[in-house]
Design a protein around this ligand. Structure first.
Ligand code: HEM
Length: 159
C-alpha cells in the first residue's frame, strides 16, 4: 500500500538487502530489482536510503526504466517539511519545529539563543543620506550667498 514515508524512515533502508530510494518525491523499495539492474547493483545501493533523483535522471533512463521503477513504488515522501542540504547530507526539517502552542501556566519560558535558520531578520535602520546631503548643500548655498552679498555691499560702500 502506498503511504506517506518520512526521510528518516527511508534512511533506515540503506543496504543491498533492504534498499529504498527516493526519485522525484516518491519512495521505491528496489531491493528485489537490484540484481536485474542493467547498470549494476552497486550504482543503486550506493544511493540506498537516499534521494537518487539526480543520479537517476542524469543517466537518461528510458520509458521502460520508468515503468519498471513504478512497480516498486511503496510511498510518497512526506511533504510539509522540506529537504535541505546541510554539511551532513540531506535533512528533512522536522515538523515539530513549528512554534509550540502557548503554555497554559503563566511563567514564560526562558529565552534560549536559537541557531535555526528561521530567525527573523532584523530590519536595517533606514538611512536617508540624500536628506543630510541636501541640507548641507542648502546651508552651504545660504552661507555663500550671505558672504557674496556682504562683499558686494563692502565694495559698493567703498566706491
Ligand atoms: C532503482 C531504480 C532504477 C531502475 C528501475 C533502473 C532501470 C534501468 C534500466 C531499465 C536500464 C536499461 C536502460 C534503460 O532502459 O534506461 C538502466 C540502465 C542504467 N541505469 Fe538504471 N535504474 C534505476 C536506478 C538507477 C540509478 C539510481 C542509477 C544511478 C546512477 C542508475 C544507473 C544506470 C546506468 C549507468 C545504466 C546504464 C547501464 C549500461 O548501459 O550499461 N540506475 N537502468
Amino acid at each position: 500500500m502506498v503511504r506517506d514515508i518520512s526521510l528518516e524512515e527511508v534512511k533506515l533502508h540503506n543496504t543491498e538487502k533492504d534498499c529504498w530510494i527516493i526519485v522525484h518525491g516518491k519512495v521505491y523499495d528496489v531491493t528485489k530489482y537490484l540484481n536485474d539492474h542493467p547498470g549494476g547493483v552497486e550504482i543503486v545501493t550506493d544511493l540506498a536510503g537516499q534521494d537518487a533523483t539526480t543520479d537517476y535522471d542524469d543517466v537518461g533512463h528510458t520509458q521502460e526504466a520508468h515503468e519498471i521503477l513504478e512497480k516498486f513504488l511503496i510511498g510518497h515522501l512526506k511533504t510539509g517539511a522540506p529537504i535541505v542540504v546541510t554539511p551532513v547530507g540531506l535533512v528533512q526539517k522536522k515538523e515539530e519545529s513549528k512554534p509550540a502552542p502557548p503554555a497554559t501556566n503563566s511563567a514564560p519560558a526562558p529565552q534560549k539563543p536559537s541557531s535555526t535558520v528561521s530567525q527573523p531578520v532584523k530590519p536595517k535602520p533606514v538611512q536617508q543620506p540624500e536628506d543630510d546631503s541636501t541640507m548641507m548643500i542648502v546651508a552651504g548655498a545660504v552661507v555663500a550667498a550671505v558672504v557674496a552679498g556682504f562683499m558686494l555691499y563692502r565694495r559698493s560702500a567703498k566706491a
